[in-house]
Design a protein around this ligand. Structure first.
Ligand code: PGA
Length: 239
């Protein structure tokens, strides 16, 4: 696991450039994408690169980590809406190649096929991740088994509190989500985790110094051969 400390802007440029480089080498690559405030700068840089013709997403396939249970993709709080709004609607990607777990209808049927669908698409080349203050990655909260595939998860109290800022009240935050599991994430060939701001410092310190434990889900990444953590000064681990 490598940790790189730099400004948020520099990290957003470097990570977008890595993704652009991959697409230009392998036009039908598979990206694993995340939501939340953390990856927004990278997505903005990808939109700019697409608009200026530096990259084409025409053959790229994407799989998102998670979706709130019970929210339609048209709901402004859904992660499908987030991805369309912040990335997919502004790049030349074929929407049929973009996958976000379904949180409605036959979501269980969708869950059962999600990991196989990723595998059949060639597997994730680069997985983008944020991290929760409690060490969650996607919605894999403390206690999630390391061998978990895509499943329905209960959100931890701290996650509901952290995510309430996106809703008009905390009571509106769904308490369950469909999420790729820890094994689904570990199957990616390359993982890039981003963390910005002092509220992530404790989690990053624990991740970079820590031992592998189900109490701190992100710690499984220590066992992955190709993980890079990008942090700004505020989120940089304590020495
Ligand atoms: P954030 O969320 O990007 O909004 O900080 C990260 C996470 O909870 O995984």
């Amino acid at each position: 696991m490598k940790t790189k400390v730099m400004s948020k802007d520099a990290a957003n440029i470097e990570v977008a450039d890595i993704i652009i480089g991959l697409i230009n080498e392998k036009s039908d690559c598979v990206l694993g994408l995340a939501t939340g405030s953390t990856p927004l700068g990278v997505y903005k840089n990808l939109v700019d690169a697409s608009k200026t013709g530096k990259v084409s997403f025409k053959n790229v396939k994407t799989f998102n980590l998670d979706e709130y249970l019970g929210l339609e993709g048209t709901d402004k709080h859904s992660y499908r809406y987030f991805m369309n709004h912040n990335l997919f609607d502004s790049i030349d990607i074929d929407k049929n190649n973009t996958h976000v777990p379904s949180g409605v209808g036959d979501y269980q049927g969708h869950i059962n096929k999600y990991d196989d669908h990723i595998k059949e698409s060639g597997g994730i080349d680069i997985q983008i991740l944020g991290i929760g203050t409690d060490g969650h990655i996607a919605f894999n909260e403390p206690g999630t088994p390391f061998d978990s595939l895509t499943h329905v998860a209960d959100l931890a109290e701290s996650t509901i509190r952290d995510n309430a800022r996106f809703f008009s009240s905390i009571d509106e935050v769904p308490t369950k989500a469909v999420t790729m599991g820890l094994k689904s994430i570990m199957n990616a060939r390359k993982i890039i985790l981003l963390a910005f701001g002092d509220n992530k410092k404790e989690a990053i310190t624990r991740l970079t110094k820590g031992t592998v434990s189900v109490d701190f889900p992100a710690s499984i990444l220590i066992n992955h051969p190709d993980v890079t953590i990008y942090v700004d000064e505020e989120a940089a681990p304590n020495k």
